[in-house]
Design a protein around this ligand. Sequence first.
Ligand code: XMP
Length: 321
Amino acid sequence: DWTAEHMVTEAIDAVRMTVGDRRVLCALSGGVDSAVAAALVQRAIGAQLTCVFVDHGLLREGEAEQVKNDFVAATGVELVVADERERFLAALKGVTDPEEKRKIIGREFIRTFEAQARELAGERGIDFLVQGTLYPDVVESGGGEGTANIKSHHNVGGLPDDLQFTLIEPLRHMFKDEVRAVGEELGLPEAMVWRHPFPGPGLGIRIIGEVTQERLEILRQADAIARHEVAEAKMERDIWQFPVVLLADVRSVGVQGDGRTYGHPIVLRPVVSDDAMTADWARLPHDLLERISSRITNECPDVNRVVLDITSKPPATIEWE
Ligand code: XMP
């Protein structure tokens, strides 16, 4: 693919020119944009790049491993993993308000990343921070023109003054489909390149009620079933996003084997959209929904009901919190 190849070459040249022999830091989230941005910078300057992955324990099944194993294998990047699963759970203990959850997860993320960045900057003298900003984000924030690949910024993403990096944004001229093409060109894992949008606060805002380890495990299992069945049906690319939500604060009566159950509902929220600003519920085939429903109720402990969200956005949002 000439276009992707050309974009890779151009981006690599720009990064080399800017960075020279200095050092660069990048936070990996598991998402497409940060992965492609990091892989490009790695291709350009190799060992001068260090990536940090904050494992907050709110990713879906297999996603942390994808970053730690598959991404590293595909790129050869140096990765520092901060296993902060306990910390996030402790911070979220007793919290049920959606905005409160978002604030806590965002705050803990910045704190963890900041600590890692400070340590690495002290050790190595880091000058640059990679961000996976895309062209639509650039336009939205009013900086669309110009050809520079690099934008200078202070106080990046709420980092304190003593951690001032210059931003490198190797994707700032690209649209999402171009980013994916570049990711494929760079040999990234397919599951990463074609990952649906996923919120930063992760599964934390897909558990309605308090976030606990046990609930995360149930939701992770239900989500993995839905993803697996959609993949088997080869419908991944027909759907914009497919949140799976655990109504942990709701119970309903069911019957299983020879007994009454009193368990939690799982909500399926598959949507189609162009840009997430508006969305419609995805008309998935009934037999696919049937398979997902029966597998979830059979395999997920404490789940005895599966419901389908048939609301468009507006009036509902894509996520439940
Ligand atoms: P809503 O729920 O507002 O979501 O319709 C629109 C899109 O944004 C994603 N989303 C987030 N992404 N951090 C993110 O990076 C967040 O806090 C966040 N909240 C929602 C959501 O998944 C959908 O794609």
